[in-house]
Design a protein around this ligand. Structure first.
Ligand SMILES: NC(=O)c1ccc[n+]([C@@H]2O[C@H](COP(=O)([O-])OP(=O)(O)OC[C@H]3O[C@@H](n4cnc5c(N)ncnc54)[C@H](OP(=O)(O)O)[C@@H]3O)[C@@H](O)[C@H]2O)c1
Length: 346
């Protein structure tokens, strides 16, 4: 992954700099040697004064406040929804462009919900103030579906997710670690981030249960996929499961296409030619992508592709990506890079 259009941004604020997504974003900036003249790292009162090493520079965490956005050009928000709701309007009133990782604005009609490889062209004519990035399972799903939708058309999608604990933030990450250590030492495992023990367990509940009986996470995947693919009537059903892994969200996907494919090899080639996708698929030799391959990688990996003979033009496959990278921080940075590319072209 290369970022070629981030130079010239003078002032940048990272809201939620101590969280898992915020830290990943800082890692990416260091990795790609991206520098801004002025960078503000913001978090809650609890973190004020903490020092962060940023490319050899000692930066100090400041408390997020109404004055945090004075003179700031771009603000990345990686904080819980309620904090986003309160502070994004303030940032906008100070003239900031906001790139937001939360779910607060994703479905608003004047907000761009972007995965650059899939619908980045929307940013050509973008004059809004907020770019939202999707849920960390929607992103790999739309990456895998986009080339299929263009080539064959999509009739229906059924997706089940296997989501790591980092998707629920730092406390959840630490809870799996602490519970695993406790249980292997013969001690009681305490739960607070999840409703049940997550160590050596899987929980078929992510987010809040809604009136429909789905969870909010499942509804996000459905609604966001429709918006990003611009298929408002797409038939799509989702089940979200939290699993005891640290990094990487996997998805088992079943798709009914509108037109047939001639071979699985043809589908693999289609994915391979799509930017950001890597196919690892030779199941007979135990070759497929897992959490191990995807952790720390920018790619969306696909494997286990096979025909589903139970329906017309059916396809089953497995997708997995690093939820903190392509599922969050990397996608957010790509959005800014893509927007700047178009703005400089016009
Ligand atoms: N994790 C993922 O895979 C993922 C993927 C896509 C989107 N997202 C979204 O990204 C956002 C951040 O997720 P995360 O996983 O990084 O969470 P996290 O690890 O729990 O970090 C939360 C961050 O928010 C800050 N924060 C909390 N309350 C605050 C307040 N009142 N004022 C200022 N800052 C406050 C925390 O600061 P302190 O350390 O000072 O408390 C911390 O920096 C969430 O909206 C999440 O839904 C996450």
């Amino acid at each position: 992954m290369k970022f070629s259009h981030l130079e010239g941004i003078e002032s940048f604020a990272l809201v939620g700099a101590t969280g898992l997504v915020g830290q990943e974003l800082l890692d990416l900036l260091c990795e790609h040697k991206i520098k801004f003249s002025k960078i503000k790292l913001l978090a809650s009162q609890n973190s004020v004064g903490e020092r962060v090493d940023f490319a050899g520079e000692d930066l100090i965490i400041e408390e997020l406040s109404a004055n945090s956005f004075d003179g700031v050009e771009v603000a990345f928000f990686c904080v819980p929804n309620e904090v986003t709701e309160k502070f994004v309007p303030i940032a906008i009133s100070k003239g900031c462009l906001v790139i937001d990782d939360s779910s607060v604005f994703r479905q608003k009609s004047d907000v761009a919900l972007i995965v650059p490889e899939v619908n980045g062209e929307i940013l050509k004519d973008f004059s809004g103030k907020i770019i939202s990035i999707p849920n960390c399972t929607t992103t790999p799903l739309v990456m895998a579906l986009k080339p299929l939708a263009e080539q064959y058309g999509i009739e229906r999608v059924v997706v089940s997710t296997y989501q790591s604990v980092s998707g629920a933030g730092r406390k959840a990450f630490e809870e799996l670690s602490n519970q695993t250590t406790a249980m292997l030492s013969g001690k009681e495992a305490e739960s607070s981030a999840f409703p049940h023990r997550i160590a050596f367990n899987c929980l078929p509940e992510i987010g809040q249960i809604t009136e429909s009986g789905n969870t909010s996470e499942e509804e996000k995947v459905v609604n966001e996929t429709r918006k990003i693919l611009d298929l408002p009537d797409l038939k799509i059903s989702s089940t979200a499961v939290r699993v005891p892994t640290f990094i990487g969200h996997g998805l088992s996907v079943n798709v009914e296409l509108q037109r047939d494919f001639s071979s699985i090899e043809e589908v693999r080639e289609l994915w391979e030619s799509f930017p950001g996708i890597k196919v690892i698929d030779n199941a007979a030799h135990h070759i497929y992508p897992t959490n191990v391959e995807c952790s720390g990688s920018d790619f969306t990996f696909i494997g286990r592709a096979r025909r589903d003979g139970s329906v017309n033009f059916g396809l089953n496959f497995w997708v997995i990506t690093d939820n903190l990278r392509k599922g969050a921080a990397l996608n957010a940075l790509q959005c800014l890079d893509t927007l700047n590319k178009y703005r400089r072209m016009s």
